[in-house]
Design a protein around this ligand. Structure first.
Ligand code: ZN
Length: 184
């Protein structure tokens, strides 16, 4: 293990992550406070929001359009309460990558799973605390390939899965929902 390289990689991840969240923080303006959470707007006409959950920027939700969607807000509030698994994981991968770059392959799979988990946990938070389920007009694609693409490339589990009853039953694992979605 090359300690110097590991340290360098860790610093790289920390700097990128903190700077990215710092830009979102300083470019946005606060529109309201909910307890200790700062709700901010950075209008780029994107109907979405990002929760800042890094070392220096926490308890902050940045909406990417002027419209503060209360449903999205409950989901994001869930993120503010979470341990940031993906950040911790990126740091761990940065440290271990000097052993073998091949580690990047399983790391992508684990990282993807952690992202799904964090997104679903935030959805479950909104559901258990505010009884809000995700709603969407998107239809489930008939083609299996299109469904796989949505699972792989979207930051959240696909819309048609986030709407399902089973998705809000904590006991049913995401892996199971994933397999079900691909095989049915
Ligand atoms: Zn989310």
């Amino acid at each position: 293990m090359d300690w110097f390289l590991s340290l360098f990689n860790i610093i790289l991840v920390l700097v990128f992550y903190e700077v990215f969240h710092g830009i979102l923080y300083y470019k946005s303006r606060e529109v309201k406070r909910e307890g200790r959470i700062s709700v901010r707007v950075l209008n780029i006409n994107e109907e979405n929001a990002v929760t800042l959950n890094s070392i220096f920027f926490r308890n902050t939700i940045v909406f990417l359009s002027n419209k503060i969607d209360e449903k999205i807000l409950t989901h994001e509030e869930g993120h503010t309460k979470q341990f940031n698994y993906i950040y911790a994981f990126l740091i761990a991968v940065a440290a271990l990558l000097s052993i073998s770059t091949l580690l990047a392959i399983p790391a992508i799979l684990v990282g993807k799973f952690l992202l799904w988990k964090m997104e679903r946990d935030a959805d479950l938070y909104a559901y258990t605390k505010y009884n809000i389920k995700y709603e969407s007009v998107a239809e489930r694609p008939k083609s299996k390939i299109d469904r796989i693409k949505a699972w792989v490339f979207d930051t959240h589990p696909p819309d048609w899965v986030r709407e399902k009853e089973e998705y809000y039953e904590k006991k049913i694992s995401l892996i199971k929902l994933f397999i079900q979605d691909l095989t049915s």
